[in-house]
Design a protein around this ligand. Sequence first.
Ligand code: DAT
Length: 172
Amino acid sequence: MLLPNILLTGTPGVGKTTLGKELASRSGLKYINVGDLAREGQLYDGYDEEYDCPILDEDRVVDELENHMREGGVVADYHGCDFFPERWFHIVFVLTTDNSVLYKRLETRGYNEKKLKDNIQCEIFQVLYEEALASYKEEIVHQLPSNTPEDLEDNVNQILKWIEQWVKDHSS
Ligand code: DAT
């Protein structure tokens, strides 16, 4: 059976991992956290001192993911989307969270002042939404609110319906 590849993106803390895991467990699709994959394979190319995080080796990450994507049925989670081949994804969801809610989530994670400020700005300026629109066809890019457990449930149900329809449309 053909299965679609789904990209979940958005500022850190908006709920990509939470949604991705729930979606995978309820759909049978395979969840891949691109940040974890990079960490496990040490797919890095230096260290960013200013942002206090390793720099992703994007080419190696793409190589590592290619076989999974070709197979289909992947829910990918990453706070960036412009270096993935456009052909990989059938739909892209950009999760969004209100600033005050996001601030609390990131504070709980122990982010320092600069990292907090940068991420909140990233959310205010809809950086990931713009990046998604610049990287994929507009009609496959959708924003989803991700503030409450009710939002999570709505998002899962909405995406499950979309998957079901996609599978119907692609079965001969
Ligand atoms: P991300 O993967 O985008 O960095 P996450 O899934 O780790 O985000 O979620 C960050 C925190 O927010 C985590 O404590 C779970 C919580 N959270 C995620 N989605 C939520 C939602 N819809 N309602 C309430 N809390 C949520």
